[in-house]
Design a protein. Structure first.
Lengths: 116, 116
DNA sequence: ACGATAGATCGTGTATCGACGATAGTCGTT
DNA sequence: AACGACTATCGTCGATACACGATCTATCGT
């Protein structure tokens, strides 16, 4: 394989640019997706990761590993779960990967929660 | 035992009154709690349960069982998880139990999510 | 006191999570 | 071509989720 399998969804374009403008009116998400995203956020470490990504706009895996008291493989696993829930996007940059929050999904999630 | 164990938190007062007024400015919740609540919402069935409770203000377990395609024991289990996350409160009424959403927690959760 | 009913809990099986160390793949550098 | 840095994946483990049927408990009518 050329690309690490589950990275098929990794956009190759400049998807991690500053997300300042996220004016997405956003299509509402169904309960299935809502639950999926909620589940992804259902772990303190993953919430911290999201916070870090939001604070720094973008982050290499290594930076996250450095800022969290967990093994590299564990962080990578959390990133995988967040990726599967579409909450973050990874962009391969040379030998490393930079992650950013998928504002589209996060916004849709916020909306769905607010509308509960 | 007189009370079903994990019901120690079941308020005996009229806690399930119409939650119209939920003006709680609400103390912010920490990431631990946020994750806990998110996890509790991380299942489509539990989201449906919350929706049903919100729509009907209050609900007997039996009504929920009737409206969901799952065994009674399974619903009861989901209710337990929601209870543990403080998202709902159960009030024992004679031989049955009526549940309602804990607006305080739900509001705090909405706030925390919106503030992400 | 008895039986019916509602609902919580128990016991089981399967699946997924969360953590880790070890391994492997990819790229830039030497 | 080989090396080192960076990450994803694998394999494993214990713990927890999820679903079910069976059981237990508590309450209400009679």
């Amino acid at each position: 394989m050329t690309v690490p399998e589950s990275f098929a969804n990794a956009t190759s374009g400049p998807s991690c640019q500053v997300p300042e403008a996220a004016p997405t009116p956003g299509e509402p998400i169904d309960d299935e997706t809502l639950a999926k995203v909620a589940k992804a956020l259902g772990n303190p470490t993953r919430i911290k990761i999201i916070r870090l990504l939001l604070a720094q706009h973008t982050c290499m895996t290594g930076e996250l590993v450095a800022q969290l008291p967990l093994a590299q493989s564990t962080i990578s696993e959390h990133l995988r779960l967040l990726r599967e829930a579409q909450l973050i996007q990874g962009e391969i940059e040379g030998p490393r990967t930079s992650y950013c929050v998928n504002q589209r999904i996060l916004t849709a999630f916020k909306r769905a929660v607010a509308d509960l």
